[in-house]
Design a protein around this ligand. Structure first.
Ligand SMILES: [Zn+2]
Length: 272
């Protein structure tokens, strides 16, 4: 995506000397389309994860069913995005409205796959970035709704970050391992100090583990910017909540603020 910007700009300045593009655009489209579809399908699964995990149910247990009448959903009801639109957001049997969250997660996951494919224009880095994005989407969504970052997602995703580093950037692996452990330790320490001063939790254990995940994927250089970005995003979100004064007692899901910033930081720093 970015590598087209310079040739196109040059074309505007010198219209008769259009430099050749690196690769035909159809090659990129041939990666974007499968990634969009993969994202939509995984988004369908993430929708189940986001709904079932906070209730203590396994996402893999049993078939999806209508929450209103209990009718088991058939294959034709489970086509990502299209089933929701075809049924106009209502159950086929009882016409009860379906959760719009399902469609929103599918669209977000599909968009994430497409963005990663367009950004990196290479299958390996695009899949790694999308894996991080899909995991963070689930974590951020659950944290925004329930103030909870499930270890069952955070910890395997942090290990995946080390695996990706070992694959693409092996000399930096040790540095990423140390960054992950140090980030976890530092955030636990900050919380202990905050608790000692204010007699309540400032950051949860889940936030510290998410910072370890960020360290595993990004390395130490990006972490101060990630914390700064999430802080600024938090101020913007707090300011947007009209009618509520910003105060020290205001509770924001820090994980939901960190998740999009970690994803964007990865797009910026990953050599791909
Ligand atoms: Zn129903």
């Amino acid at each position: 995506m970015t590598r087209y910007a310079e040739p196109l700009l040059q074309c505007l300045i010198q219209p008769y000397e259009m430099p050749p593009l690196d690769s035909p655009p159809f090659l990129e489209i041939s990666l974007v389309l499968p990634m969009l579809c993969l994202g939509a399908c995984l988004g369908s699964f993430l929708g189940v994860v986001i709904y079932r995990l906070p209730m203590g149910h396994s996402p893999a247990a049993g078939r999806s069913a209508c929450e209103s009448c209990g009718a088991a959903l058939q294959a034709r009801d489970l086509v990502p995005v299209f089933s929701f639109l075809w049924l106009r957001g209502h159950c086929r049997h009882c016409r009860a409205p379906l959760r719009r969250e399902v469609l929103a997660v599918e669209l977000a996951a599909a968009a994430m796959g497409g963005v990663c494919a367009g950004w990196f224009a290479a299958p390996g880095p695009a899949l790694c970035a999308a894996l991080l994005g899909w995991g963070l989407l689930a974590l951020g969504w659950i944290d925004a709704k329930h103030f909870w970052l499930p270890d069952v997602i955070t910890l395997p995703l942090a290990l995946a970050g080390l695996a990706v580093t070992a694959w693409f950037d092996r000399p930096d692996l040790l540095s990423h391992v140390i960054t992950a452990l140090a980030a976890y330790g530092l955030f636990r320490l900050i919380n202990l100090l905050y608790k000692w001063l204010r007699h309540r939790d400032g950051l949860g254990q889940g936030d510290a583990k998410l910072m370890a995940l960020a360290g595993a994927w990004l390395g130490w250089q990006s972490l101060p910017w990630v914390v700064l970005g999430a802080g600024l995003l938090g101020i913007a979100v707090a300011a947007a909540q009209r009618g509520k004064a910003i105060s020290g007692g205001m509770v924001l899901p820090f994980g939901a603020l960190l998740a999009p910033v970690i994803f964007m930081a990865f797009l910026m720093v990953f050599p791909g």
